[in-house]
Unconditional design. Structure first.
Length: 133
């Protein structure tokens, strides 16, 4: 068992890597933070389902990956913005559409995890976690 210093970075790397090798699902150690990020990715259309499995220490988060009609993974790329060594915060005025609206910026706000569109609508800023497209 290894200690992961960046659980969000690990989560998105596993997501991209599992999609690259055409896995149907992937599993990551459970945390409420990763669960809410996965729920937001499901709402944004990047994964099909998210499920909590196991009990106590053995809990995992099972994520069902999404592919298009040609069998290509819908997640083309991910860019980590805020890292453990350098947190990046954005006010509502600094939140812009990702890839001309084709992608999403996942932000941790005082009102919970949101996409860039929701954060602009709610007029809140926060820690910019990562961009996904």
């Amino acid at each position: 068992m290894s200690l992961i210093s960046d659980p969000v970075g690990d989560f998105i790397n596993r997501l991209v890597n599992a999609g690259a090798v055409k896995h149907a699902t992937m599993s990551v150690p459970f945390s409420l933070f990763k669960m809410s990020i996965a729920e937001k990715l499901k709402d944004a259309g990047y994964i099909t389902a998210v499920e909590k499995k196991g009990k106590k220490v053995q809990k995992t988060l099972d994520v069902s990956l999404k592919y298009d009609t040609e069998g290509k993974h819908v997640v083309i790329g991910v860019k980590r913005i805020s890292k453990p060594g350098r947190r990046m915060y954005k006010s509502v005025n600094e939140i812009f559409p990702v890839r001309y609206g084709k992608g999403a910026l996942i932000i941790s706000t005082p009102k919970g995890i949101m996409t860039d569109k929701e954060a602009r609508k709610e007029k809140v800023g926060g820690e910019a976690l990562f961009e996904i497209w």
